[in-house]
Design a protein around this ligand. Structure first.
Ligand SMILES: [Zn+2]
Length: 56
């Protein structure tokens, strides 16, 4: 259980800006940027997403 690590749910870990919507710490802008320009980072993030969902 690593729930203690999720203490700032609405601050993007990538650009450090507050975001209304974030998934596994990344804001929507970063997710879009990763999808367009940082394929490896995006793939790693998607693994984090499925891992997070898998843990419930
Ligand atoms: Zn961001």
């Amino acid at each position: 259980m690593d729930e203690d690590t999720i203490v700032e749910p609405h601050v993007c870990v990538r650009c450090s800006q507050q975001a209304l919507i974030g998934i596994v710490g990344r804001c929507a802008d970063c997710i879009a940027d990763m999808g367009l320009r940082h394929a490896e980072e995006y793939a790693a993030w998607k693994i984090e997403v499925s891992d997070s969902i898998g843990r419930g």
